[in-house]
Each structure stands twice: as structure tokens, then as C-alpha cells.
Design a protein around this ligand. Structure first.
Ligand SMILES: Cc1cc2nc3c(=O)[nH]c(=O)nc-3n(C[C@H](O)[C@H](O)[C@H](O)COP(=O)(O)OP(=O)(O)OC[C@H]3O[C@@H](n4cnc5c(N)ncnc54)[C@H](O)[C@@H]3O)c2cc1C
Length: 271
């Protein structure tokens, strides 16, 4: 392990038993510059133990010497130069996350020396509104955008729609609620899909993002119903949410942004 490890866990915050925020510091090298929305790569060797909460490795164990690497969107500000933050969910049957789950403050892991990715906000023309739509840890790239400098752009309105199963799965809720109160042009809308399991009745929005969108439920976030002429929409998280939203938005004239065709829908697929 010592050969590959080049970074140290500065802090771990457990949002739930299956959701954590990790702050990582490079060991004696400089954090790369990055654009908010980009991702880094974390790794541990196959010999690293899996957490007992996870499923046993099946069917073939990862060779002990092999470094298991996965991409993770940066959640911290690009202005933060000491550490980089990641928001990670446990995939119980997975190869890397059951190993990441054993990490505590002071433990070592591998972090890629470069951050990359095209899921950035600099491609949205100035003055247009932005809706950042996520489920689960798909919120991570938006936290970096918001924490970096997005809220300094007073000329545009910004909305975050964050879907999760339960209220306790809504990581960063208090930070986003505070920003919503402080910045008039910024709005945060959490939505949960299983309100019946809440111990305290949930007074907010419920159901699935694409269904609520079709009903026009998010118009109040921006103060108008979003159209392709005035709004760009970012989608990150559960593939079902992404596909559902592409379909709904497509019916309203929104087009996916690609390298060759400019559009108003921007995507990051985690799996
Ligand atoms: C650009 C990019 C950025 C990413 N950023 C993040 C991030 O910020 N936070 C984060 O938690 N993950 C993120 N991911 C996903 C991450 O790279 C891993 O895929 C994930 O952590 C699972 O890794 P694993 O080795 O434990 O599971 P694997 O052994 O790789 O996966 C097993 C299977 O689980 C499924 N799966 C993968 N991820 C999930 C998930 N989150 N929920 C349910 N099923 C899943 C897939 O079908 C996969 O084939 C990102 C992926 C990409 C491509």
C-alpha cells in the first residue's frame, strides 16, 4: 500500500451509514487546479480490507496488488487549496467503496494527480439562469460550483433541486438552506421520494423530480417556468432521473449539450 498511497484523510463526516464526506490532503504535492464540476480519482489496492457493512466480494476477489480506481466529483471550492472534498455513497456490492468505508482520519489512499471533466458551468452564456438537478451524491459537483464563485454572479438566478429517498439522506442540506436564506438569487428545493418513512412529517416536496417538473412545480425556484431560451439545466445522479428528465425537457424544447452541438441540458453520468 505504501507504494501507491500519496494522500491522507483529513476528515470524514458520516451523513448516514451509507453516505460520507471525505476531505483528502495530498502528501507533499500540490493540489491540482480544477474547474468546479470536474472530478478526481481515488484508489485503494485490492489487498485493502472491505468494511463489514458491505457485501462479501463476489464472485472473484480483486487481485491484492491491483489499485482499484474510481472517479469522484469534487465537492469543495476550487479556491480551497489545502484539501479536496468528496461526497460518496456506499455501493455494498462494489469494489472500491466498501474499502473506502474503512478509512478514518489519518489513513492513507491514492489520489490521481489531475482533475478533469467537461461538466462545468463556464459553457453557460452569461445572464442565463441555471438549474442544478441531482439525486444523491450527484449533488457533489454543484457544491463545488456554488462554493467557488457561482453566487457572485448576481445577474443570473440559480436553483438546486436535490432528490433523495429520505430527508436524512439530503447531504449539505443545512449549508444549502443557509445560502438560500442569504442569497436572494439562489434557491434550494429538496424533494424526497419516501415521505411515509419520515418520523417527523415532511412539509416539503415529495415524489420524483421528473414527475414534479412536468407539473411545473419548479417554476417558483427561478420565478418563472424555465424555457430553453432563458435557462440551462444540469443533471447528475441516478440514471433513471437523468433519462426521465431528458425526456421531459426534450418535450419542452431543451436539447442536450454536446461537443459539437450547443444545447441547454448538461449531463454527468455516474454509472
Ligand atoms: C465522472 C464521475 C464522477 C463520479 N462522482 C461520484 C461522486 O461524487 N460520488 C459518488 O458516490 N460516486 C461518484 N461516481 C461513481 C464512482 O466512480 C463509482 O462508480 C462508485 O463509487 C461505485 O464504485 P465501486 O467500486 O464501489 O462499485 P463498482 O464495483 O464500480 O460498481 C458496481 C456497480 O454498482 C453500480 N453503481 C455505481 N455507482 C453507484 C451508485 N452511486 N449507486 C448505485 N449503484 C451504483 C454500477 O452499476 C456498477 O456497475 C462518479 C462516476 C463518474 C464516472
Amino acid at each position: 500500500m505504501a507504494k501507491e498511497a500519496n494522500a491522507t484523510v483529513l476528515q470524514r463526516v458520516d451523513v448516514t451509514p451509507e453516505l460520507m464526506i471525505l476531505r483528502i490532503v495530498p502528501d507533499g504535492w500540490t493540489l491540482p487546479e480544477f474547474t468546479p464540476g470536474q472530478f478526481g480519482v481515488l484508489g485503494l489496492p485490492g489487498s485493502h480490507p472491505r468494511h463489514e457493512i458491505a457485501d462479501p466480494e463476489d464472485p472473484l476477489p480483486v487481485p491484492s496488488g491491483r489499485l482499484i480506481r474510481r472517479a469522484y466529483s469534487v465537492a469543495s471550492s476550487s479556491q480551497e487549496r489545502q484539501y479536496v472534498e468528496f461526497y460518496i455513497s456506499l455501493v455494498r456490492s462494489g469494489a472500491l467503496t466498501p474499502r473506502l468505508w474503512t478509512l478514518q482520519t489519518g489513513d492513507h489512499l491514492w489520489m490521481g494527480p489531475k482533475f478533469s471533466g467537461m461538466f462545468t458551468i463556464d459553457r453557460v452564456p452569461a445572464g442565463l439562469d441555471v438549474l442544478l438537478v441531482a439525486t444523491g451524491t450527484g449533488l457533489a459537483p454543484y457544491m463545488s460550483m456554488i462554493r467557488s464563485e457561482l453566487l457572485n454572479h448576481r445577474e443570473r438566478r440559480i436553483g438546486v433541486i436535490h432528490g433523495a429517498r429520505h430527508s436524512w439522506d439530503l447531504g449539505y442540506r443545512s449549508e444549502l438552506t443557509t445560502l438560500d436564506r442569504l442569497f436572494p438569487g439562489f434557491h434550494y428545493m429538496p424533494i424526497i421520494s419516501e415521505p411515509d418513512q419520515e418520523p417527523v412529517p415532511w412539509g416539503g416536496m415529495t415524489g420524483f423530480i421528473n414527475e414534479r417538473w412536468e407539473e411545473g412545480a419548479f417554476a417558483e425556484i427561478l420565478g418563472h417556468r424555465p424555457t430553453p431560451e432563458d435557462t440551462h439545466v444540469f443533471l447528475c445522479g441516478n440514471p433513471m432521473m437523468i433519462e426521465g428528465m431528458i425526456e421531459v425537457l426534450g418535450r419542452e424544447g431543451f436539447v442536450e449539450h454536446t461537443k459539437t452541438t450547443p444545447g441547454q441540458i448538461h449531463l454527468e453520468r455516474y454509472w
